[in-house]
Design a protein around this ligand. Structure first.
Ligand code: SF4
Ligand code: SF4
Length: 95
């Protein structure tokens, strides 16, 4: 059974003009919604977004917006085993 939301149903929005290509959204998204292309993030599977909010919380350049509530928890879950701190490390996004 697919975990995807109804096509077009996500509140996820991405503004490529603001993207600096830091790669955080690719790193933290548990559903591979983003990929990097030509030094910028690219939405490749928007319908797979479950609105966890991890990408928005980890984007320091306000290139992403999404209505979400538990992004930090999802980011931590998504990063398990990667030995990285996607949310509560540098930048203080959880602050
Ligand atoms: S986290 Fe933000 S600035 Fe970084 S690659 Fe993703 S959209 Fe671009
Ligand atoms: S809200 Fe969560 S599932 Fe959706 S793109 Fe961002 S990190 Fe991925």
């Amino acid at each position: 059974m697919s975990l995807k939301y109804l096509a077009g149903g996500t509140t996820l929005k991405y503004d490529a003009q603001r993207c600096t290509g830091c790669g955080k959204c690719v790193e933290v998204c548990p559903h591979a919604v983003f990929t990097m292309e030509n030094g910028k993030a690219k939405l490749v599977d928007k319908d797979a977004c479950v609105e966890c909010g991890a990408c928005r919380k980890n984007c320091q350049f306000e290139a992403i917006s999404v209505q979400a509530g538990v992004g930090c928890a999802a980011a931590v879950i998504g990063s398990l085993g990667k030995k990285k701190s996607p949310c509560c490390g540098d930048g203080g996004c959880c602050g």
